[in-house]
Design a protein around this ligand. Sequence first.
Ligand code: ATR
Length: 279
Amino acid sequence: MKPDQYVVIGNPISHSKSPAIHARFAELAAQQLDYQGLLAPLDGFAKTVHDFVVAGGKGANVTLPFKLEAFALATELSERARIAGAVNTLKFESGRMYGDNTDGIGLVADIVRNAGVSLRGKRVLLLGAGGAARGALLPLLQEQPATLTIANRTLTKAQDLLEQAKSLSTSCDLQAYCFADLQQPFDVIINATSASISDEVPPLADTVFCKTTLAYDMMYAAAPTAFLRLAASQGALCRDGLGMLVEQAAEAFALWRGVRPPSAQVLTEMRAALQASQE
Ligand code: ATR
């Protein structure tokens, strides 16, 4: 019998690590499935999904630039996808198209489980107010930090996200700032801006970091991002987004297969491969 078919749909797609991650999950969790990268034309996302469903596809991950289109296409949404306004995981079942967003829960899993840093009662700073920050909002608030501060280059966007956060939590102390006004120290600082892509870093005062701060960049690369270099220079504990990538994949795998893959093992293997690629 042909194994169940899954894809990650994006444009471009050849760089995606998702096929390798899911193949390893399947191997370790003894699941029979096939998972491939699928390039969709920029104007052809819906047709690509439709054709895959007709061919018997069971589920899809969705990456740039189609997460908003996947949100619009889904016939049902998880609460976190609805709040994120974006979908990175689709499950096809009995003519239904269920949309979820596992990015934020993957971030939290990597911080709490893999890094062993609890967010409960902590002072958390979220840098950025675009799609990545929005996707993290509900899973972060569900961890019940004492404070959540949203800081963005464009203050009005941070304020808009703040309003959304206020509708999700009454117990957390919520603030919006522009970078220049941030002076106070934080326990956890999460970089959800896209500044790392151009090797830039939001202009942060040294005083936001302390020796026990966890600095987390949602991006990862073979070498530390500009944000993590800054955080390291201030003595902070640094973590890149490789674990978030693996954990968001694990959440999708669990949704599709009803089985939780050994994500920590796969993260260790991927970290070793990334380090080896540097040498
Ligand atoms: P994503 O889906 O990756 O979140 P996005 O929705 O375009 O992408 O959002 C990008 C985020 O990174 C925004 O918060 C953006 O700030 P603005 O709202 O002011 O545009 C932020 N960003 C991008 N480049 C940045 C830079 N060089 N320094 C600081 N913030 C930056």
